[in-house]
Design a protein around this ligand. Sequence first.
Ligand SMILES: [Zn+2]
Length: 543
Amino acid sequence: MRHSPDSIRFINARVYRSADDLRPARSLMTRKGVIHWIGDEADAPKADQTVDMQGATIIPGLTDAHVHLFAIANERQQISLNGTNVRSVADGLSQISEAARKVPAGQWIRAVGFDENNLAEHRYPTRDEIDAVAPDHPVIIRRFCGHTAILNSAALHLLRIDDGVSDPPSGSFGRDAAGRLDGSAKESAAEAIFRAIPPIDPAAMAASLRATIGDSIRMGLTAAVEAAVGFTSGFDDEFAVWNLLRQDASFAPIRLGFMYQLDPKDAAARGLTPRRDPDWQGMTLKFFADGIVGARTAAVSKPFADTGGTGFFMRDEDDLERVIVEAHLDGWQTATHCVGDRASARVISAFEKAERALPGQKPRHRIEHYFVPPDGGLARMKALEALIVTQPSFLTRMRRSILGAFGSDAGKMYPARSAIDAGVTWVGSSDAPTGHASPWIGMANAVDRGASLAAPIGLGEALTRRQAIGSYIHGGAFAMKQEDWRGTLAPGMAADFVALDRDPFDASTDLAKTCVLMTVLRGVVRHDTLMAGQVATMEAEVH
Ligand SMILES: [Zn+2]
């Protein structure tokens, strides 16, 4: 690793200290990982190195307060067979054939995103067709729904599934006219297969996480909250991979926060207690209250406009309340997935019960999504000093679902402006890979409510640029209880900032297309297109 200078002076810039102060300074100096000075060039103290920013705009580094880095890294390890690159059975097979040329024989080839509706033939590839392109590799294709698997002969053989297998209760194996397995398995048969295949090698996953975090840095993120450990392949497997990464001395991560998808007693059994470490913070337990809008499983009080259903809770309501109160008593921040208004209302009641049991802790309990606002919810959230952490890019990604499920009420969904006006801390985030990974698209959607795609949804809930950008810089740091040392640029604060190709506060610029020219983390240049290698401070491991 090359040596980083102790102090760097960044001159000829437009430096915004925060979204609340739009009087820019011209330059900024870092020293030993913190901001040493901000002001005009003429007054700047001496530094080991000076960088001409060529007029670029500098703002504090961004936080993605709810992202599934592990799930993104996991997807990187698999072939994508979605409709954009696969239009026929032959297209799908050629992707597998290409993977078979790269992957050593005997290793699993995993494909995701398959949907036969995208194919000209409207059918699955057969076991024999996959055998023909990958005879020496076990291959598993996961249909996008997650309820169907398609395997080749090597995979069936390794899993000891042969033509004599009988269908399990509520599941089935596909067969040809002669009764021979065709490679497909559905429902409980598929679930058993997904559980039986070996997890991706932890070292490969750790490398994939490094690459994922590298992408985050290029998008301008200097911090992120993983939401949650245990979401993709179980807590212990995922936690082991994160620890592998943590032990890698050559890897300097962004400021990471972790939600643990564990009940308080399961966290305690693993010796986990809330920890506020600036780089590897684990102070949050994650719970799921209800389902989602797409499947109409969110717990709502007014029936969905199209299906007439009202969704359901994912776990017993009293049990959910119990774990939230227990977590509060144990000193955890809680983060609960609530999409429907019934879910949010029930979780707010749990927060109130927790507060009565142990008042004054200011845990900043979080509701994730807060999609369908419950009546009177914002006033109760404000009294609790609880946070809404939500995903503006869903306004475009889930546009059809929102309009279908809520009809004429669609404009009330995903309240943002009314939350801020009610004095509730509203924090934007991506929820990638479900939402769009780019924080710039998230901020743009918070401002335009999805107008770039078609008519905006609920323009009355649109934020100003200052509110949207502020939520990703100061708001994200606040959600992580780190606002006292990062998220604004001032002497003594962390030297975590980004340089941009445009002024994001200027309403005439396209916020969604903002390019990050440079990312500085702990006073070290971690991403740099502006200077094209002129700055000799890049950490060696960034690629
Ligand atoms: Zn999520």
